[in-house]
Design a protein around this ligand. Structure first.
Ligand code: ADP
Length: 205
């Protein structure tokens, strides 16, 4: 039987990586021997290219193609093989991050970037079985991140506000796939809620 793909999504500083780390140590989750992974992928040609692009002044469309190449590589090398073996895969960021972020960054290049980027993925991506959206106000998330990033605080908040709106829209469009998590609470509380929801999902599917 094909495994299950669970993704963690949300704006920068919403606490995805923190909770992913906690889930890796959580005995109830560990019992399923899940594969933990992330996008951009770590230590790969495509993942490194994405990291370099993010940190330099790369054209937004070029950046999208690097992210998309990394998604293809992630699917081919990690996600698909694990799902075929019947594994549970938990990914810290995945395709919805691209729809939400590039849905904003490509506004200067394209008329309807969200639909365009979704179409680009449609025929070959694997849609997650369950997605947690870590929802939080950007004012709070960037406070948590401190000096991460180079944009001014105001620009960053304005940008993340728009990205958050797209994430919420995606969640509204697919309520059966998304679970919205109030990410302003403590990491322990969020870990507990996410764990419960994962166990509930796995018992049903
Ligand atoms: P993301 O992976 O979503 O970008 P991180 O997990 O890296 O976010 O968290 C960003 C920062 O916020 C880190 O310094 C982390 O310790 C802190 N943090 C994460 N979750 C919480 C939380 N629930 N409450 C307060 N601070 C948090």
């Amino acid at each position: 039987m094909r495994g299950k793909l669970i993704t963690l999504e949300g704006i920068d500083g919403s606490g995805k990586s923190t909770v992913a780390g906690k889930l890796q140590e959580n005995p109830a989750i560990k019992a399923f021997e899940p594969v933990f992974t992330r996008e951009p992928t770590k230590g790969t040609l495509t993942g490194d290219a994405v990291e370099k692009a993010i940190q330099s002044d790369t054209d937004q469309l070029a950046e999208l193609f690097l992210f998309t190449a990394d998604h293809a590589e992630h699917l081919a090398k990690i996600v698909k093989p694990a799902l075929e073996k019947g594994k549970i895969v938990i990914s810290d960021r995945y395709s919805d991050s691209r729809y939400a972020y590039q849905g904003i960054t490509l506004k200067t290049h394209l008329e309807n970037p969200l639909e365009w980027v979704k179409n680009l993925h449609r025929d070959w991506t694997i849609v997650p079985d369950l997605t947690f959206l870590f929802d939080i106000r950007p004012e709070v998330s960037i406070q948590r991140c401190g000096k991460r990033g180079e944009q001014s605080k105001f620009e960053k908040i304005e940008f993340l506000r728009k990205v958050r709106e797209i994430f919420l829209r995606l969640a509204r469009e697919e309520p059966e796939r998304f679970i919205i998590i109030d990410a302003s609470r403590s990491p322990e509380y969020i870990e507990k809620e996410v764990t419960e929801k994962i166990l509930e999902f796995l018992s049903r599917n």
